[in-house]
Design a protein around this ligand. Structure first.
Ligand SMILES: [Zn+2]
Length: 310
């Protein structure tokens, strides 16, 4: 075992199943600590983090939830998300705004009168910016100091620097709470959902999207599925997300595939760890042809669920 692997292992903690509390699991993928970079942990946990999964993935024998165990200590994860800049992430702000316009239309069909909306882990605030422009009273939180400030400047909205837990929000004060690409990054998703439940009005809506490990494409790609990343601590399926929503006081009312748009040049960039030659050639050609900013819709197993607060 290398020194790096030993050092990496010293940063890990064992966790029980977040859904049912059991500590009884099957190993789905063994860890590959030999390729770990323990000195770069804080840089790994960022909004655009795309390091390939090296931790052990397990599945709870009691409830079926898949999660990383052991995993990087919670305090180090939050430290990572709080610090640093993330130019890569905000380079895609325009593409994200287009995606969010589409998904906000879906929300507005269910909440035509709009109202107060909270975006948890809002990154650069693109969703809140779109919501505000469409007449919502929009607010959010983001642990990354640099991204939160960027969002405040760009969209002129209130973004609390930190997590939902230190926002001091009143009970039943929001009509809609959204978690875009966030829940699978949080060390304790159950507690996040309970807090969302507390701040939502009765019958308020919760919107969660997540990469679904039970999706056809995830099962087809197996170990090479693009969402098997170090930053994803939980791997939900429709079954386990529904169980967790039920446990935290929600009723799932809708589920659908979640299409996102990213710019062509960015997709080639993100392809680098998987198919390096295609990434390099694609990046070169898309720049030469000036098509690197063309938005490309893609689906790699992402799901969006809508739940009603009971
Ligand atoms: Zn469990």
């Amino acid at each position: 075992m290398s020194n790096a692997a030993d050092k990496y292992k010293s940063l890990l903690e064992d966790v029980a199943c977040n859904l049912c509390g059991a500590d009884n699991y099957d190993v789905i993928y063994l860890p590959s600590y030999e390729i770990s970079q323990p000195d770069k942990i804080v840089q790994t946990f960022r909004s655009s983090g795309d390091e390939i999964l090296i931790d052990q993935l397990v599945r709870c024998r009691k409830c079926g939830l898949q999660y990383l165990n052991p995993r990087i200590r919670q305090d180090l994860i939050l430290e990572g998300y709080s610090e640093g800049t993330d130019e890569t992430f905000i380079s895609q702000a325009a593409a994200r705004e287009r995606t969010f316009e589409k998904h906000l239309s879906i929300i507005e069909r269910l909440v035509p009168n709009k109202g107060r909306i909270l975006d948890v882990g809002t990154a650069g605030g693109s969703f809140l910016g779109v919501a505000k422009s469409r007449g919502w009273d929009a607010t959010g939180c983001e642990p990354n100091r640099w991204l939160a400030e960027w969002g405040r400047q760009r969209y002129g909205i209130h973004i609390h620097t930190g997590t939902i837990f230190d926002m001091n929000l009143g009970d039943a004060s929001f009509d809609v709470v959204t978690l875009w690409d966030v829940l699978e990054h949080t060390p304790n998703p159950k507690s996040v959902l309970l807090e969302c439940h507390r701040v939502l009005k009765p019958d308020g809506l919760l919107i969660v999207n997540y990469p679904d490990i039970g999706s056809s494409i995830a099962r087809l790609m197996g170990r090479k599925w693009v969402f098997l990343l170090s930053v994803h601590l939980y791997y939900f399926t429709v079954d386990t997300i529904e169980k967790m929503l039920k446990l935290t006081g929600f009723q799932m009312i809708n589920k659908q595939k979640y299409w996102q748009s990213l710019e062509l040049g960015y997709i080639f960039l993100r392809m680098k760890p998987y198919i390096a030659w295609l990434s390099g050639m694609g990046s070169f050609l898309s720049q030469a042809l000036h098509i690197q900013h063309v938005p490309i819709p893609y689906w790699m197993g992402q799901m969006m669920v809508i739940a009603r607060r009971k």
